[in-house]
Design a protein around this ligand. Sequence first.
Ligand code: F6R
Length: 241
Amino acid sequence: MKKIICKDYEEMSSIAAFILAEQIRNKPQSVIGFATGSTPVGTYKQLRELYDQGYVDFSEVTAFNLDEYFPIRQDNDQSYYYFMRDNLFNHVNIKPEKLNIPNGEAADPHAECARYDEKMAAYGGTDVQILGIGRTGHIGFNEPDTQLPLATNLVDLTQKTIDDNARFFASADEVPRQALTMGLNGIFTSKHILLLISGEAKAEIVRDLFSGFVTTQNPASLLNLHSNVTVILDKEAASLL
Ligand code: F6R
């Protein structure tokens, strides 16, 4: 895995935004896998600025998001559907029909997962997949376990992840207990994985990520097996390396 250690969050965000902008400039019909959470917020802000400056055009881009809480209404301001519109999609010229996010309102979540995988496969996977990492080592919402799903799946969130994400909700009780998440296959079929990591709270999991071992107990460690991963992290996240 290629590692870029940045002086701060701003630098991490602008490097990530430039990599994405260059990807889209070189291939306007790029398929981009987007992530949510705090980490990519700065990247999306910088991408909006690059768009405003006329540097990048999203009109031919197709988006596939990594995950969505389940169940959750799309108009809930904590849904990832809402997050992506608020942070990026409403501010650039990406076409609504090219946006794909697992449907947290689906009556049959398993059918929704199958539909999602079929659609992604029809595009041949993503050109770039943006990822964050949870303190558990989760990527998407693939939490540590003895085995990890290949397919998009309905998964239970761990207590640690519920506690971490409670900061966005009125209380931990309001955090949905499940999520629809791309599985390992959806993530690994990406041609280029861009893993963004910020802050001291991630330092231990970053140390484990670069320990030289892989284990399903740290799902992100499996990224060591992909041939094109760029990890962009700030000094705090890299502090135990
Ligand atoms: C978000 C996602 C999660 C986050 C991870 C880190 O779509 O799939 O894996 O990337 O929980 O979240 P933050 O960035 O809030 O620390």
